[in-house]
Design a protein around this ligand. Sequence first.
Ligand code: PAF
Length: 286
Amino acid sequence: MEIVRRLARLRELSRDARADKRKLALVPTMGYLHEGHLSLVRLAREMADLVVVSVFVNPSQFGPGEDLESYPRDSHRDAELCKKEGTDVVYMPEASDVYPRGFQTWVEVEQITKSLCGAFRPGHFRGVTTIVLKLLNMVQPHFALFGQKDAQQCLVVERMIRDLNLDVELVIGPTVREPDGLAMSSRNKHLSADERRAAPAIYRALTTAERLYARGEREAARLLEAVRDGVEAEQLLKLQYVELVDTEALEPVERVVGRCLLALAAFAGETRLIDNTLLGEERRGE
Ligand code: PAF
């Protein structure tokens, strides 16, 4: 496994692989890797000959007052974990290489970044799409892998790929959970023992809504109420939002028709947790 810090070397490896007709996969991450990331690396390993994992805490997707400074980092541990999973290249650039002095070009998906997390984190998705497009340009992968836990991010990146005719296949891996249901996240490290005990209420609330849906409930108001009640029953959790939206425009729906995304964000102390589930059937052609 090679740890690459300079773009020139990354481009060389990518060019050589493409010249040899080898398939490349990129797993973009902000590091402090967990089983969710590693499951994507394994998936990438099955699909591609050259697996690249990028580890970069992207400053442009953090707003003022957010946790850029305290975001967990451990590049040594990340490299060891990547090596164990058979990663070929770990790309760990310096922020000054990614955003050199005078940087002023941004990528913005306009509409579907306004709801859900986008409503509370203005500019967040602009930072995400800009860094993801940059990484895609740098690595030139055939496949790019993301986790379903970041459902809105997946839909925004999918939209960008479609709108800009990018020649890459988006692959979405399932959310990986702790045994008690808490979605894995690098930020979970910041949970106190009490917050950690409270956090699985988020998953339980989502599964309550799934059960209601399975029993025939289609009204958004009732499904949302079930999630709200489940999360708010835990005093240590503070719900930021819960929404039921369609998966195309990410606009609120009144009833589940076709495929819908039930997504939420909640704070456990200072730590912001997100989770989601998909309800309803995909319509033909989706
Ligand atoms: O999901 C993440 O960790 C980040 O948003 C990503 C895709 C690596 C871009 O910085």
